[in-house]
Structures are given as C-alpha cells and as structure tokens.
Design a protein around this ligand. Structure first.
Ligand code: AMP
Ligand code: GLY
Length: 426
C-alpha cells in the first residue's frame, strides 16, 4: 500500500514509525512531516488546506490510504473532499468531527442519548452565562465552544474566575471558537483517555492511557498539550471499559449514525472516573498527543490493516492485540513552554538515547545546516517499554538524561499515579 500521513508532531512520528513497520507498506509519504518522520517516510510540502493539491498528489502517487493526524483538517472537511475524490481516508467527515469541533454539539448529543456527562448550559451571550454561574456556584468549568488549540477551558475555583473566563471568551480571546460558551458542572475524579477505532458502525476498543496536562510536577502550573503519558491506564479496569462502551461509546455511535453522520476514524474519549462511574469530559476525533506515542509501541497488530478496515467499514471482523508491557513517554519541552517557547536550541544524543532501548519521537524539531534544533514547544517524546510503569519510567528517564538540549526541560514525575498503584499490595 502507498500511504500519505498528514501532520508534523510527535503523534504523527509514532504513527509513521508503526506504519513503516507494516509488511503491507510500499511507500509512506508525510505532509509536512518533521526530521524524525523523515527517518520513516518521504516528507512532502503539501498543504492539507489545499484539498485539490492533495487529491492530485494522491492520484499521481497512487495513494491507497490517507491517515490524518490532527483535528483541524478533519473539522474543515478534508476527509470529505478526499472521499468525494475517490481516495480512501482514515478519519471522520466534517459532520462527524463536530464531536471535537463543537463542545455544544457533543453536550446536546449526550443529553439526547442519555450519555453520562457534566450538567451544562450553552450560551451565545455573556449575561445568560453569568447568570448560570451565579446560580450554580463554584467550582465550575467554562469552555469556548470551538477548537481553541487546547486552551479554551477554564476550571474555575470561584464564580469570579468563571465570570472572567466568560468575558474573555466573548471578548474574543479564542477568536471564533469563543462566540459560544459551554458552562458545566465540575467533575471530581481521576482522568483517563480511552480510544476506539471506528468504521461508522462498529467501535473497537483501542487502549487506554493517562496524560499529564499541567506543565509542572505534581500536576501544577498552566495546562499544556500534554507533558507525558503512559499506557495502559490501570484506573480503567475491564469493568470500567465495559461500562464506557455501553454507556458512552455505543450510544454515541448510534446517535451519530441516526443523525446521518456516522463516525469513522479514532474516537478519543476524555473521561472522568467519578464516584458514579465514567463520565464524558470531551471527545476528540484523532489520537491523543502524547497518548499515541505510548499506544503504538504496545500494539502488536498491523496498524495499516486496522486503519484500512476502519476506512472500509470492516472493523466488525477485527480484534486488537497488545503487548503485555506498559509504555511511558516523557515530553522534552523548550524553555518557556507553554507561554513562549524558545526556538533554535541545538539537540544532541538521540542515537545514544535510543541505544539505551528507548524510542525518541520528534515533535517540534527542525534541521538547520545539518544540526537538529528545537522548533516548537514540545520538542521530543522519549518513550520506553517495561514490565511495569515504574520500569518503563526508569528506562525513559535514563534515555532523557543522555540527550543534550540546552534550556529544554521535562517533568520528572510522569507516571506517578500508576506507580503509586503498583506499590500498593494486591
Ligand atoms: P479539555 O480541553 O476539554 O480536555 O479540558 C481540559 C481539562 O480541563 C481536562 O483535561 C480536565 O482536567 C479539565 N476539565 C474539563 N471539564 C471538566 C469538568 N467538567 N470537571 C472537571 N474538570 C474538567
Ligand atoms: N493529550 C491530549 C490531547 O491530545 O488532546
């Protein structure tokens, strides 16, 4: 198969690495890719916003499958344009991508199908949103409706903070994404990421992971795209996976199909494991970043077989097998991330880190005059397997310590929740 992968982050490097291991692969292209992806794929300067250019590339290179990493092209109708042009795509239509593109859409779907989630209100003007906050009280959560690059959510500990967040949304802090606001009940519990591969009708459970969203150790400081992850998430017991499938995923798949927007691709449920059971925080319509970097090393099966089956409506015949080991990834970020990451620091020691047994996925890197340099906020994902999360963590940090990256930093406590559980007597 000839495959075109869209994206340029650590998630896409992990996908490229796994796709490149498939015996079914003939040629792998990535647009635009990054220096790590370039080890696995031929990187091409194609703009995914230019649907016609991508279609003609697919015809010229006889592409059998397009794999879309990030959400923005999906929400913008990239998969629809390719399908209309007769190209097979792994990723949802724009109508199905509303599950991530509009928080209000997803909340209404939950209300209609009885899917457990936080109680909420949707507001198009600040006065009504403020009145809701005053009535409900704090803690309370304020969300810009649309895509805000992970920055549109405020978990407010006081009504004042919530009202400031509402005003910021309507004053345009998140652009068009904040023209509508969702205000919702604060949920207490442990968070987990749960993934399914979907083909429009069938949802196949595809692993669990836990992310670390805050920049600082002990889950402190501002939110980021994710500073590290591990898989599986021990908090997601088989019983909770079963409940999540029955109470959250399956009604969503049914609802989307009934609405004429059947979901295919990756459905990523952000869950809060509350005392009343799993509740949906949000959906994403793509793999998590950095969660993908811990799923791919654990996957035994051929990802291309699974993605093609998802695109062809054939997942009902498939199963997924995982290695017994845990995987853990540590994000190395540039100085100043997340507010204002510094670019240009030289990076060295990746080969030595990999010789330690880790895999280093590139996120924001670039090559200048033959030197690898930092070119984004999250720069590298140092990933290792182990019999336990604690062992995977030891291996990952041993590799991290061999990497030269002036000003670069990481959290030293990735995996702490799972490691605490591993220490408990069973
Ligand atoms: P999101 O961008 O929707 O993933 O939200 C970012 C983070 O905000 C989540 O990972 C949670 O930690 C937190 N969050 C979102 N909604 C709620 C909620 N209803 N209750 C508590 N925390 C929440
Ligand atoms: N790691 C969180 C996300 O990908 O949305």
């Amino acid at each position: 198969m000839n495959v075109l992968l869209i994206g340029s982050g650590g998630r896409e490097h992990a996908l490229a690495w796994k796709i490149a291991a498939s015996p079914m692969l003939t040629r792998l292209f990535a647009a635009p890719g990054n220096p790590g992806i370039a080890r696995e794929a031929e990187c091409v300067a194609l703009d995914s916003a230019d649907h016609r250019a991508v279609l003609s590339f697919c015809r010229e290179k006889v592409i059998d499958l397009v794999v879309v990493g990030p959400e923005a092209p999906l929400v913008a109708g990239f998969a629809d344009a390719l399908r209309e042009g007769g190209v097979r795509v792994f990723g949802p239509s724009a109508a199905a991508a509303r599950l991530e593109g509009s928080k209000g859409f997803t909340k209404d779907l939950c209300a209609r199908y009885g899917i457990p989630t936080a109680a909420y209100g949707r507001f198009g003007d600040p006065a009504a949103a403020r009145a809701y906050v005053e009535k409900a009280g704090a803690p309370i959560v304020v969300k810009a409706d649309g895509l805000a690059a992970g920055k549109g959510v405020t978990v407010a500990m006081s009504s004042r903070e919530a009202i400031e967040a509402i005003d910021a949304c309507f004053e345009g802090s998140f652009g068009a994404a904040g023209a509508e606001v969702v205000v919702e009940e604060y949920l207490d519990g442990e968070e987990a990421s749960f993934f399914c591969l979907c083909d429009g009708a069938t949802a196949l459970p595809f692993g669990t992971a836990q992310d670390h969203k805050r920049v600082g150790e002990g889950d402190t400081g501002p939110n980021t795209g994710g500073m590290g992850a591990y898989s599986p998430a021990p908090a997601m017991t088989p019983e909770l996976v079963g409940r999540t499938m029955r109470e959250i995923i399956e009604p969503t798949m049914r609802g989307m199909a009934e609405m004429g927007a059947p979901f295919s691709g990756v459905l990523y449920a952000g869950l809060m494991l509350t005392a009343d059971g799993p509740k949906l925080i949000e959906y994403n319509v793509r793999f998590g970043d950095p969660e993908c970097q811990v799923l791919m090393p654990r996957l035994k099966d051929d990802i291309l077989v699974l993605m093609r089956a998802a695109a062809d409506g054939q997942l009902g015949h498939m199963s997924v097998r995982w290695r017994d080991e845990a995987a853990l990834t540590v994000v190395l970020a540039a100085k100043g991330y997340p507010a204002s990451p510094e670019k240009g620091a030289p990076i060295s020691g990746i080969n030595a880190a990999e010789a330690e047994g880790a895999t280093v996925f590139h996120a924001g890197t670039a090559e200048r005059d033959g030197q690898l340099v930092a070119a984004g906020g999250r720069v590298l994902n140092v990933t290792a397997l182990g019999r336990t999360v604690a062992e995977a963590r030891r291996r990952a940090y041993a590799a991290v310590d061999g990497i030269g990256f002036p000003g670069g930093f990481c959290r030293r406590d990735i995996g702490w929740r799972a490691i605490e559980k591993e220490r408990l007597p069973t």
